[in-house]
Design a protein around this ligand. Sequence first.
Ligand code: NAP
Ligand code: MN
Length: 253
Amino acid sequence: MRYSIVAKDDYVSKELTKKIKETINGTYDEAKPSIVFSVGGDGTVLDAVRKYIYLLNEITLVAINTGNIGFYTEFLPEELNELIKMLDDKTNIIKYPVLEVEIDGKVDYALNEVVVFVNHHLFEGKIFVDGTELMDIRADGVCISTPSGSTAYNKSLKGAVVDRDLELMQLVLMAPFETIDKRVITPLILNKDREVLIKPQSKYFDISVDRTFVTYQKVDEIKVRVSEKKVKFLRKSTQNFPKRLKEKFISRT
Ligand code: NAP
Ligand code: MN
């Protein structure tokens, strides 16, 4: 088995990285792994997906939690031996949809969300869905999230929490400044065949894709759609979406 490890930069994650290397019967191959261990929190998972975005078909992610929330990270460090045994069993896999964002023709991918926003001014622009001009935007920004990303930024913006393997995207406006004649209709949940097109009118704004962000001076078009790509995660049979929600949000101390 060819494997690689993406780890958070803290003591616990570094120790676990050493332990994985000692325990696993395989070859460390950073360039072409079939298994990628993510050791950290959800942020580390986002880094791992970004690093291997063009290899997603070939890899399975094994996400071990040494982070804070860890919505993606089903495994605990003490479960290392157990999860190594599970690696051959291809039935223990869950696939999460990814968003494809095209910024003036340049393509990027998001596991959580794409956010277009401005600080200190209103972000202004127009939203089209499948070619129909749907709404004007006057807001801090727009967040378009995946189902698995729905429990992240989207949730703070009062978007709906979505069961994690549905194939759809969700659009919410951030602090919309509503006017009577141009009403907003969000949260808006769209099926996987739709395309959202944002035409910004603001001169400059940021676009963040998961953890990364870039400030843009002028962009004509931002297109967002559900990608053909999916992220494969090793899944724990004792976990499911309702349990995850309860553990991470309801019973959290
Ligand atoms: P961060 O600043 O460390 O905080 C993000 C928090 O959200 C972390 O506690 C992270 O968990 C958790 N998280 C990430 N993805 C999640 C998911 N799908 N479901 C539930 N919780 C999730 O940033 P980060 O760790 O690099 O994560 C980047 C994400 O932060 C972005 O994709 C965005 O969703 C989110 N974010 C949220 C807000 C907000 O809610 N106001 C603002 C900006 C960004 P871990 O502790 O396990 O890493
Ligand atoms: Mn984090």
